[in-house]
Design a protein around this ligand. Sequence first.
Ligand code: ATP
Length: 242
Amino acid sequence: MSAQATHAAGQRVPAVHATGAAQPLRTVDLRAQHGPDVTLTYPDLHLPPGSAVAITGPSGTGKTTLLHLLAGLLRPSAGQVWYGDLNLAGAGESRRDAFRRRQVGYVFQDFHLMPGLSALENVELGLRVAGAAHPRETARAALDAVDLGHRLRHTPAQLSTGERQRVALARAAAHRPALLLVDEPTAHLDPDRAGSAVELLLNLRAALNATLVVVTHDPDVAARLPQGVHLGRTPRAAPESM
Ligand SMILES: Nc1ncnc2c1ncn2[C@@H]1O[C@H](COP(=O)(O)OP(=O)(O)OP(=O)(O)O)[C@@H](O)[C@H]1O
């Protein structure tokens, strides 16, 4: 797949704390097991810091599971996930927790916002979990960066779908993660809003110099990212240019 987008780096993503130099993300012979019947196997990935890749493939081929593996939310049944010299598959729970809190920004397909909290409180909560020094101010700046400075006090139910997604993105990006993992960013959006959502993702990735991994069914989204990995039913297709 080819990249057509050139990205202007957004300047407004706030600094939280230094997390060290970004590291490459690699997988080796990765497999995941869901119960006795589902074994998912993956092509090896090698994502240098700042790279951006679309994960595509038919339903059920393991795209969301791959994001969970890369985030350290799920342990593989075999193989390794390396972030620099940290092997997530072999790391203890506290090390994986620290990795997730500091290095990972994850945007769930259904956003997973707390319904009783305002936009500001949702982002602030994420920053508190990440151990940020000035969570209120940083959350405000992160919401400004996604053009939601005028919706700080709204709860998720009072926001449009696109706005909810931008709150989720602000929450994922506010602590300046090295990895931005995004599940189906355009699933709930019309084509115009889908284009804006991808633009925002690319701008955030450039501003953070983060590695961006996007799971998508949408060929237009995949075409906007510089690299692509297509997951097929067995045998798996080899990744392009990796
Ligand atoms: N927690 C789980 N328990 C049991 N099976 C699971 C679990 N999570 C996923 N699976 C199964 O693993 C396979 C891959 O699921 P996954 O959600 O990763 O695929 P996907 O490619 O993201 O699918 P979709 O495009 O439909 O979202 C599916 O067969 C799914 O039913």
